[in-house]
Design a binder for this molecule. Structure first.
Ligand SMILES: [Zn+2]
Length: 322
């Protein structure tokens, strides 16, 4: 999908609502918390998204954003979808977000990027997965990253990151570590790599006991060559992963000082879902924020910008009847 297709699909409030319901971002039906009766989606020009839920019995209204990923935002749903689109295709620069979505505040931009990274993190929490397995090779390595501290300008702290990559499945893992000792790294291998895997590493001494843990272990002596002439073992893929991760970290964290950990999660997510990033993130948002008839209470919270105060509701009702 390109941005023109997306704009076509969000042309009217009806179309936007359809788009969201098809992707389970907005519920198809709801029940009123006050009286238990079914609510209906009804047009309402005074609501920012053009539609609201209306209880068939007690007549209360609430925003269609209520209880969804879009709740508590002043932006319209179609605007948020454009933000998500730009983020998905790595076009979410301050300039683009301003031009395409009218976002001006740096805070708002950072917040949305954080929300989307939280979705990436949730995905991996819901789908914990070990990589490798019998017949698979997993390359492991450690590398030092520079983490920019919050509000400390140019001061960079070095942080060790441990990672592994299965080139056949294009799947990997990354974890920040306090040091590179065997006591730190071996438990992480057990956590992330399936038994029976052929683990390939350099000759760092912490890895000397990997072979005793139910893994086959091959080493590459980087002072001699990059591919072992006998076993063909190489760590080229995991090293390419470091290169890509560091380029992105420099680009992203150099501008908004994100924490390295959340950046690495986004990096792994993009590695896995980069072919269809927009569809994938929408699917994962729907999984993180399930919408359904029973789950979402209808409330009128005056503190939430996405819902209307009862006074405002009454006012717009008067407008409708007059
Ligand atoms: Zn009701």
């Amino acid at each position: 999908m390109n941005i023109t297709n997306l704009a076509d699909q969000l042309q009217t409030p009806e179309a936007t609502l359809n788009f969201c319901q098809k992707r389970k971002l907005v519920a198809e039906e709801k029940r009123c918390l006050h009286c238990g009766q079914d609510c209906l989606l009804a047009k309402r020009a005074s609501l920012s998204d053009g539609y609201g839920w209306r209880c068939s019995s007690c007549r209360c209204w609430t925003s269609i954003k209520n209880g969804t990923f879009f709740s508590y935002s002043r932006l319209t749903i179609s605007c948020i979808l454009k933000v998500i689109y730009l983020w998905a295709f790595e076009m979410a620069s301050t300039k683009n977000l301003h031009r395409e979505c009218g976002l001006r505040s740096r805070h708002t931009i950072v917040d949305w990027k954080n929300f989307l990274r939280d979705i990436c993190r949730d995905y991996f929490l819901r789908n914990p997965r070990q990589i490798g397995g019998p017949g698979h090779m997993v390359e492991i390595d450690e590398s030092v990253f520079n983490r920019r501290k919050h509000n400390v300008g140019r001061l960079l702290t070095p942080v060790w990151v441990f990672g592994g990559y299965d080139p056949a499945e294009k799947e990997g893992f990354l974890a920040t570590v306090p040091n590179r000792n065997a006591e730190t790294l071996l438990p992480l291998i057990k956590k992330y790599v399936l038994p029976g895997t052929t683990v390939v590493s350099d000759c760092w001494r912490a890895y000397s006991k990997v072979g005793g843990d139910g893994y086959h272990h091959l080493t590459v002596n980087h002072s001699l060559n990059f591919v072992d002439p006998v076993t063909q073992a190489t760590t080229n893929h995991v090293e390419r992963m470091w290169k890509e991760a560091k380029q992105g970290n420099k680009r992203e964290c150099g501008t908004n000082r994100e924490l390295l950990e959340t950046y690495l999660i986004e990096f792994m997510w993009r590695k896995k879902f980069g072919r269809q990033p927009f569809d994938s993130i929408l699917t994962h948002i729907a999984e993180s924020y399930p919408v359904g008839k029973e789950e979402l209470p209808i409330t009128i919270a005056t503190s939430s910008p996405s819902t209307l105060s009862s006074e405002a509701l009454q006012k717009s009702e008067e407008n409708i009847s007059s």
